[in-house]
Write a protein that binds this ligand. Structure first.
Ligand SMILES: C[S@@+](CC[C@H](N)C(=O)[O-])C[C@H]1O[C@@H](n2cnc3c(N)ncnc32)[C@H](O)[C@@H]1O
Length: 340
């Protein structure tokens, strides 16, 4: 049997690393890391990038910490609970948008190089930035395959016109956000290669069907990240395991290969892969978040695995992964929520 480190270890190169049961993380800048990987290495990418580009700069994180100014804003409090700051994308000017576009075109170029032909890239964004992001990714060579819609109330939009709330009480300047788009991209298949040939040769090209045999669907009912998870990983953009496990499951059509998360943060993608027994490697540039991920991944991966967490109904489970996935879908649906 091939041990997982035989698969992920060569991808860690010479970076500081931490190894888990199925996956591995590295402390690295992903632009440098992707450019150093051998060509045609990764089977899939699942990631949540800093799509404001600036929000993870040190001085912006400092302003976030002080709760004042900068790109991070406090969303409105309407139920009495304290809310975590969200990045304020409307604070980006033309220069920032140009910088963002160049950032993602370059990143896409590196991702295309590192992915195997037919490898999927699933990339989190928001309704406001999606058009710019997608255009840049296509410019860099990724093929646009559609969008996944994570149904979640994001607390974005829905506000009355600023400083004229009383004058225009029946108007919102933007709709209230009830979804988070995730761009679905693929490294183009070699000319004339069919999906079947791509699956045979590279184990890529398609998306994995649900354990029931039904196709993976592009609208995914979700939730905000639970307090339980945020207590494990206090990262401003932590994504919920209940959603991430479905995405990593779909990303490897044959359940084989390596998923990369180049903007790993506190490691929710790696934890999701770990939970369902898939190989993954994550890169994070910020040392604090790398350390946070080192501690959080095993704990996030364990969520829903205790015997007492088992769902009451039975389900036709075709593989161990199918069982895990089902447990997760039925388990992580309680608790208080806050960040998206
Ligand atoms: C939106 S967050 C991802 C959070 C993740 N979804 C989670 O659940 O924790 C993006 C992360 O990318 C990191 N980052 C930004 N630029 C990077 C780069 N060039 N290489 C690696 N990581 C980077 C940031 O420090 C941040 O933690």
């Amino acid at each position: 049997m091939t041990h997982h480190t035989d698969i992920t270890k060569p991808l860690a190169l010479d970076y500081t690393t931490n190894v888990f049961t199925h996956g591995q993380i590295i402390h690295a800048d992903c632009f440098e890391w992707l450019s150093r990987l051998p060509e045609n290495t990764l089977h899939a990418i699942v990631t949540d990038p800093p799509y404001g580009v600036r929000e993870y700069d040190d001085h912006e994180l400092e302003k976030r910490g002080k709760g004042k100014g900068g790109i991070w804003r406090l969303p409105p409090t309407f139920d009495g609970s304290i809310r975590a700051p969200l990045p304020r994308f409307t604070a980006l000017d033309a220069k920032d948008r140009k910088r963002l576009s160049l950032f993602f075109t370059e990143w896409s170029r590196l991702a295309v190089r590192a992915l195997k032909p037919g490898g999927h890239a699933v990339i989190a964004t928001n309704a406001f930035m999606a058009a710019l992001l997608y255009e840049a990714l296509v410019q860099g060579g990724l093929e646009f395959r559609g969008q996944l819609i994570r149904q979640v109330r994001t607390l974005r939009g829905g506000d009355r016109p600023k400083n004229a709330e009383d004058e225009f009480p029946d108007v919102s300047s933007l709709p209230r956000g009830c979804y988070e788009p995730w761009g679905l991209f693929r490294k183009p298949l070699p000319p004339k290669m069919t999906v079947a040939e791509c699956l045979r040769q590279f184990h890529t090209g398609g998306l994995r069907r649900l354990p029931s045999g039904n196709p993976f669907e592009d609208i995914i009912p979700s939730e905000r990240t639970q307090r339980l998870e945020r207590d494990i990983a206090n990262h401003p953009s932590l994504k919920p395991q209940s959603f991430m496990r479905q995405i990593v499951y779909a990303a490897l059509p044959l359940g084989k290969g390596v998923i990369a998360d180049p903007f790993m943060g506190s490691g929710s993608t790696i934890a999701a892969a770990e939970a369902i027994g898939l190989h993954a490697i994550g890169a994070e540039r910020c040392l604090d978040y790398f350390s946070m991920a080192s501690d959080a991944i095993p704990e996030l991966a364990m969520l829903g695995k205790k015997k007492t967490d088992r769902p009451r109904q039975s389900v036709r489970a075709t593989t161990p992964c199918a069982t895990e996935l089902f447990i997760e879908r039925n388990r992580l649906d309680v608790g208080t929520v806050n960040p998206v």
